[in-house]
Every structure is written in structure tokens, then in C-alpha cells.
Design a protein around this ligand. Structure first.
Ligand SMILES: Cc1ncc(COP(=O)(O)O)c(C=O)c1O
Length: 384
């Protein structure tokens, strides 16, 4: 049995997504800028996909820009906001647990004179808003906060943060929704979000495609200059197969959202219960209730190195992660778990299980069996 539990790193593309993309590669391969029928066909396919993504977020199609993924969406939003509002001020507020695609952009802006403040989190990775009052001033031009943390699954208080817009509308509010899009209903306009990043490969769509919602009331300059595709915000010949794949994945995610969520919740609870009953010396790092997205579960197995367990599980074709896939190949402890105040041994023993609609209870029984055996044998070796 193969059990894929690394869905926060990336997901298995839906068959319908692959079929739509193959059709695009084999038959509808025109360039959307071409004037002939094949170009018009490609343009129409992009229009439909834009509509699918726009509808899923309850926004106008013209407020959706296709990009190469979450990283590019975050870069476009943050560099763009900083450039657009540089005459208004230089204060940016973000959190200590953002993805590197936000943190490293902020670091680069800091080197160029921006004054960045980082909000702290509690022991479950929930952003604490008490410091926001202190950090927020008339020079604030951007608040950028993730919707769901990719390592712990914690859902962040973005509605609370958006309230600041009511008292001061000079700043832009950007949300990295890469880990929540397709998994939760998100309505950026109702909340008061100006910029929102999504990525195709996290919701059973293709890699190398993403989107950025830009509210029509704001303006940001492009990151890439060229042939003025995507309303001039993202030049470059459109990745039509990727765009079609994202459109298809978005429609599928939101058509069956409630059923999928209930199934994933059931699978996650079953695994938590089993681990609690069968394995000693653990620390559940994620919230177990609705403050955490049901797709993510982060647990520390004490006295064990997460990486050793990962490779042991891999032998049984069970795939998990030790932290975020974007940083797990780098040395050093997870900045997210550090910010949550975990000890070094808790961080070293941390494993992230991340679920999708394709996981089942039968798979969890298999995982529990191998998890128990693996942990027992590692702990036995460690005691010698
Ligand atoms: C929260 C978050 N933001 C951004 C990204 C980057 O997205 P992409 O892989 O599409 O560049 C990731 C990917 O893991 C993520 O989890």
C-alpha cells in the first residue's frame, strides 16, 4: 500500500486536471495572443479558467492574475505594494512564521530601507495580535499575513487584522492563502483583503501555476515587464495548460468542499486517536479543533529524529514530512516551530502528516501499524 501524507508539500493532480491539460498540449496548443482560431481558442480557455478562480473567491474575473505559483504571487504582491506605496511610508508588518516566499521578500526590502516588524505566535502557531497596536503607525504601507500555516495548519486571525483597514485604508493587506485556497471558503472582498496569493499544486492542480487576486481599487506595478499579458501585471506567454489545470482544480475543490472536508476531518481524528492510544511520549503541536485546518497534523515524537522516522516510513511507502518541504532540505531547525517556542528536541522529533481527499481510514490503520513499529525500534536503539 502507498500512503501519501505530504499534501502540504504538494498534491496528486486530479485525473480531470491531467486530462484537461493533455487536451491542451495535444490539440489546443495555440498562443492566446495569436489572432487566428487556435489563439482565440486558447484565449477562451484562459477566460474560463479565470472565471473559475474568480468565482471560487467571489471576485471579478479581471481581479485574477495568473502567475507561476505561490512564490511569484507573494513576490508580486509584496514588492508591488512596497513600490506602489513607498511615498506613503516604509513600515511593513508580517509574522515570524510566514513561508520563505514572504519572509525572504521582506528581508530583501529591509535591506532597501523598509522597516519590517514581525508578529509573534503562541505555542500552536497562532499569530498574537497584541503587538499589532504597537507596530501599526501612519507609515504602515503593508500587512502581509498567511491564512493557514504550512507546518502547523493553524488558521490565522485575518478578519481581525482586516479591521485595521477600517481605521486606516492607506495600507494594503496581503494574505498568502496558498495553504487554505481550495480547502476553505475565502471571500477576500468580504474580509477586506487587497491581495491574495494561491498556488495550483496544493489543490490537486499542476505545479508552476498560481494566481494573485488584486482588488480593483488598488494598483501595483509588475514584477516582470514584457508583452503586457495578464493586464500588464504579469507579462510572458501564458502557461495555458497550467491555467486550465488550475481552473479545473479550483472548480473541483469548491464543488465538493463540504464532503471532502468532513472526510479529511474523520481521517485526521482517527489518526490522532490511534497515535494517542498507541504511542507514548508525544506532543501534538497543531490545534486539534477548528483552529487548525483538518489537512495538517504536526506531532513531535520524543526521543526520535523526525528524519529517521520519515525514512523508516518511506520503506513502507508512507510519505510524510519533517517540516515544510521548502526548507526541510536545508540544515537548521524549523523557524515556525522555533517561533512557537518548542524545545530543540521537540522540533527534532516533529513530523507533519498532511492529508487530502484521497486518504482513507484503511490507510490510517496501515500508518499506525508502521508508526508504532518504527518508533519502538528507534527508541530501542536510542536506549542502547
Ligand atoms: C504558505 C505557502 N506560501 C507559499 C508557498 C510557495 O508556493 P509555490 O510552491 O507555488 O511557489 C508555499 C509552498 O509550500 C506555502 O506553503
Amino acid at each position: 500500500m502507498q500512503v501519501y501524507l505530504d499534501n502540504s508539500a504538494t498534491t496528486r493532480p486530479h485525473k480531470e486536471v491531467i486530462d484537461a491539460m493533455i487536451g491542451c498540449y495535444e490539440t489546443h496548443y495555440g498562443n492566446a495572443s495569436s489572432l487566428h482560431r487556435m489563439g482565440i481558442q486558447a484565449e477562451k480557455m484562459i477566460k474560463d479558467a479565470r472565471n473559475s478562480v474568480g468565482q471560487s473567491l467571489n471576485v471579478s474575473d479581471s481581479e485574477i492574475i495568473f502567475t507561476s505559483g505561490g512564490t511569484e504571487s507573494n513576490n508580486t504582491a509584496i514588492f508591488g505594494a512596497a513600490e506602489a506605496l513607498k511615498r506613503t511610508g516604509n513600515r511593513i508588518i508580517t509574522s515570524a512564521i510566514e513561508h520563505p516566499a514572504v519572509l525572504n521578500v521582506c528581508k530583501s526590502l529591509e535591506q532597501n530601507g523598509m522597516d519590517v516588524k514581525y508578529l509573534n505566535v503562541n505555542d500552536k502557531g497562532l499569530i498574537q495580535l497584541d503587538a499589532l497596536e504597537e507596530y501599526f503607525n501612519e507609515k504602515t504601507i503593508l500587512i502581509s499575513v498567511m491564512h493557514v500555516n504550512n507546518e502547523l495548519g493553524t488558521i490565522q486571525p485575518i478578519e481581525e487584522i482586516a479591521k485595521y483597514k477600517k481605521s486606516c485604508s492607506k495600507f494594503y493587506f496581503h494574505v498568502d492563502a496558498v495553504q487554505s485556497y481550495g480547502k476553505m471558503k475565502i471571500s477576500p472582498k468580504t474580509i477586506g483583503i487587497d491581495l491574495l496569493s494561491v498556488s495550483g499544486h496544493k489543490l490537486h492542480g499542476p505545479k508552476g501555476i498560481g494566481a494573485l487576486f488584486i482588488d480593483k481599487s488598488i494598483h501595483i506595478p509588475p514584477l516582470l515587464y514584457g508583452g503586457l499579458q495578464e493586464y500588464g501585471i504579469r507579462s510572458g506567454t501564458e502557461n495555458v495548460p497550467g491555467i486550465i489545470g488550475l481552473g479545473q482544480a479550483a472548480a473541483m475543490a469548491y464543488n465538493n468542499l463540504e464532503t471532502d472536508i468532513n472526510n479529511i476531518k474523520h481521517v485526521r481524528s482517527y489518526l490522532i486517536q490511534g497515535i494517542k492510544e498507541e504511542i507514548k511520549d508525544i506532543r501534538i503541536n497543531s490545534y486539534e479543533d477548528d483552529r487548525c485546518i483538518p489537512h495538517i497534523l504536526n506531532i513531535s515524537f520524543m526521543g526520535i529524529r523526525g528524519e529517521v522516522l520519515l525514512h523508516m516510513l518511506e520503506q513502507a511507502e508512507i510519505y510524510v514530512s519533517t517540516g515544510s518541504a521548502c526548507s526541510s532540505k536545508k540544515k537548521g531547525l524549523s523557524h515556525v516551530l522555533k517561533a512557537a517556542g518548542l524545545s530543540n528536541s521537540e522540533i527534532e522529533g516533529a513530523v507533519r502528516f498532511s492529508f487530502s481527499k484521497y486518504n482513507s481510514i484503511e490507510e490510517m490503520d496501515y500508518v499506525l501499524d508502521h508508526l508504532k513499529k518504527g518508533i519502538n525500534s528507534i527508541r530501542k536503539i536510542m536506549r542502547k
